[in-house]
Design a protein. Sequence first.
Length: 225
Amino acid sequence: MESIPRAVDASTATRAVTAQAQMEAWRLRHHYLGPEHLLLGMLVHGDNLAAQVLRANGLDLEVVRAGIDRLIAEGVLPGPQPSDTELLASIGIDLEAVAGRLKETFGDEAYWQATQRVKLRRVQPASHRAPHDPPRLICARALTVAAREAIARDQEVGPEHLLLGLLRDAEDPVESEPYASERRERVLVGLPDHGPHALRLLVEARGLTLDGLRSAVHRELDRRA
């Protein structure tokens, strides 16, 4: 997919949706921010064109949350993911106590530099993250499409453009994802690297199509132009 032609700002509503999406990821105890969380963020925020189109087509917050729970039960999406602290505590290791001893022995500066080297490694073999770490972003292609949709209409990126990006991203099965780095990220957070897109499954479970929803968003955008 081509890169976006220029920088574009996100609207206030989009920033609110993203914040809500992150809260949903934390609620589900997922260490990533993916399409399903952004969809929930649109609906939790509620006061945006994307949420209106979704609700008009039977995809309200209750329905989408139930659908995500079903996909978790089926293994399409990961269940609650423990943090490093919780994993180590399960085998009797107090991570905070270990960190305290390391700082006492080597000093705060050496401890900070060591943790930075680990965080900035090109390949991170562990999928688990500390409780307050920001989630990994697993929707790069959708965000690129959203930006292009907004630029085409000379607008800020709104939730409606974000929804268009998610729907476009959901057209292809996971294994066709062109971003190799995003495929690696998917594996790291416990997502499958093959099979249909989770958002597509959510939409089609309600008897809808990706094209139909995308057309509904475009109609609303045209009507409000």
